[in-house]
Design a protein around this ligand. Structure first.
Ligand SMILES: C=C(C[SeH])C(=O)N1CCC[C@H]1C(=O)O
Ligand SMILES: [Zn+2]
Length: 597
């Protein structure tokens, strides 16, 4: 009898899953149409389609409730029912659901179409984030130009989103409660399927903080050398607009004048790419070739037909890089406004990693076509990029020449990786600690900006270039806050990608612990079928099992740990400690003198 009931449940859920796949295909196509051509008409169409689909979701959800799946023997079947028993934002009544969609698409459109006036020519007011403002932050060494650009962007992309954001928080929390969560923070953390997720994030930060503080102290000194101590103090936070990135989330663009051994040959990948006439298409083809060299799957022909890899000139689109699964097993796309430089070379691998995950799990039921947890999806491409950015690989593809490894070159290389990977962690941690407080109500709207900057100063040791008030709303000047994209996934990714990298490098014979001829920093898994097969086997699991099972399959570990990252950067940490002692640099930062609460 129980067997028959379970078999009935299996037949039902397979039909439901197919129907759900068609709905997700329809919703993804409508979202693509809107974000690839931002018009009122396309926004209305996308909202209408999601409303329509939410009704069908609700019918399916009511049916699913009739099955006594909790008692089933088959764990995979139980997991499918458990996931389908959560309705999501469609649990809101239509009018509130519409309002929620409007507030998010309003913020996203504002972000995507925000323009500011140039510092050098205040009649030129068509500067967009990509590529114009990004280029200013990559190249300008004028603190006043950087300050102007920072302030103007935060005014148009941040402050203007405050009303929509406040409404979004209210409605999204209502949806959370209708799904039996306390609030959205609780809902977001449920995706990680561990009871103490927030404690785990805090533990990881405790493990990495000493390394970050040493790097922060060193960079603050080099910036003070560059700009003088009236611009960069000796013991305070670092002004956020001087770090080469609008959000100070990676500091790659200040490498050239802050690197430990400046007399070692300049490794300027961007210049080499330009000299060698790289195009966006070539960058994608090189990334595709890397995945194929691992015996993973080639991008299908529809990918090359349907993707948007350069910014169109005839319309507004959401430029922020994204990868798309249309849930029909054939249609996979990337949309990004590629520029030929090192940063987008990394981003291209990041996005191609998402698509490789889609390809590896496309045989699974639709409900399992997801990362083992959101951090896994963000880690795939970055893990490959750790090999691609190794000197060995860059020499292999001719982006850097000669220069055998010596101690100083290795420190320069670790520094270059560190101002990308280490400095990102407190930024990522801050962004969702802030939003957890917002969703829980411990950060009320009247304290949004004050709490945001208190966290950024405490964890990242940065300060705004000018005073801030609650007329500002600086958090929304970051894409993921305006676009309702959870961010702890990147914090998790930047930790676990080093666990993945270490495991893959072992399998590729590129890394042996304690063997100085096989160091992690110079590992390149290119063409390793053994590594590729292991990675593919983990990706094929999708979200069909709890993520510790997926992680164990690849790394032998069942928890996210900072040990991979700390081992990778160990030589840099030792060097920074010695260097900061030599220069007598203050470690850490005293309270900011900028007024923002
Ligand atoms: C490239 C993407 C799209 Se999933 C992205 O948002 N990333 C990649 C790394 C961090 C984060 C960011 O840009 O803030
Ligand atoms: Zn991503």
């Amino acid at each position: 009898e129980l067997e028959a009931l379970e078999q009935e449940g299996r037949d039902y859920i397979q039909l439901l899953d197919k129907a759900a796949g068609l709905r997700k295909n329809r919703a993804s196509l409508a979202e693509w149409e809107y974000t690839a051509n931002i018009t009122k008409e396309n926004e209305d169409k996308w909202i209408q389609i999601r409303l329509d689909i939410s009704k069908q979701d609700k019918v399916a959800w009511e049916e699913t409730k009739m099955y006594k799946w909790q008692g089933f023997q088959d764990n995979t079947l139980k997991r499918m029912f458990k996931k389908y028993s959560e309705l999501g934002v469609a649990a809101l009544p239509d009018d509130k659901y519409q309002q929620l969609m409007r507030s998010v698409s309003g913020m996203e459109a504002n972000y995507a179409t925000s323009k500011i006036c140039s510092y050098k020519d205040n009649t030129k007011c068509d500067l967009a984030l990509e590529p114009d403002i990004t280029e200013i932050f990559a190249k300008s060494l004028d603190p006043e130009e950087l300050k102007h650009t920072w302030v103007e962007w935060h005014k148009t992309a941040g402050a203007k989103a405050r009303a929509n954001f406040t409404q979004y928080v209210q409605l999204y929390n209502e949806a959370a409660k209708l799904n039996d969560y306390k609030d959205v923070a609780d809902w977001w953390q449920a995706d990680y399927e561990v009871p103490n997720f927030e404690e785990q994030l805090a533990k990881l930060w405790d493990d990495v903080k000493p390394l970050y503080q040493q790097l922060h102290a060193y960079v603050r000194k080099r910036l003070r050398d560059m700009y003088g101590d009236h611009v960069v103090s000796a013991r305070g936070p670092i002004p956020a607009h001087l770090l080469g990135n609008m959000w100070a989330q990676t500091w790659n663009n200040i490498e050239s004048f802050t690197r430990p051994y400046p007399d070692k040959k300049e490794v300027d990948i961007t210049q080499a790419m330009k000299d060698q006439k790289y195009t966006p298409l070539k960058m994608f083809q090189m990334s595709d070739e890397f995945f194929r060299s691992l015996n993973l799957t080639a991008m299908p022909q529809k990918f090359w037909q349907n993707s948007i890899i350069e910014k169109p000139t005839d319309r507004d689109i959401v430029c922020h890089a994204s990868a798309w699964d249309f849930y029909d097993g054939e249609d996979f796309r990337i949309k990004q406004c590629t520029t030929v430089d090192y940063e987008y070379f990394q981003t291209t691998h990041h996005e191609m990693g998402h698509v490789q995950y889609f390809l590896q799990y496309k045989h699974l039921p639709v409900i399992f076509r997801d990362g083992a947890n959101p951090g896994f999806h963000e880690a795939v491409g970055d893990t490959i990029a750790l090999s691609v950015s190794s000197p060995k690989h860059l020499r292999r593809v001719g982006l850097i020449s000669g220069d055998a490894e010596d101690e100083q070159t290795e420190i320069n290389q670790l520094y270059k990786m560190g101002i990308d990977k280490i400095v990102f962690l407190p930024f990522a941690y801050t962004l969702d600690l802030f939003r957890y407080g917002v969703f829980r109500g411990t950060t009320p709207p009247e304290d949004y900006n004050c709490h945001y900057w208190r966290l950024r100063e405490a964890l990242q040791g940065v300060e705004p270039p000018v005073n801030r008030t609650e007329d500002d709303f600086d958090a929304a000047a970051k894409y993921h806050v305006s676009a309702n994209v959870e961010y702890a996934r990147y914090y998790v990714s930047f930790i676990i990608q080093f666990q993945f990298h270490r495991a893959l490098c072992s399998l590729a014979g590129e890394y042996v612990q304690e063997d100085i001829t096989r160091k992690l920093v110079d590992c390149d898994i290119y063409q390793s079928v053994a590594a590729g097969n292991a990675l593919g086997n983990m990706l094929k699991m999708g979200s069909s099992k709890p993520w510790p099972d997926a992680m164990e399959a690849l790394t032998g570990q069942r928890a996210m740990k900072a040990d991979g990252l700390l081992e990778y950067f160990r030589p840099l940490y030792d060097w920074l400690v010695a260097e900061n002692q030599r220069t007598g640099e203050h470690i850490g930062w005293e309270p900011s003198k900028i007024h923002y609460c």
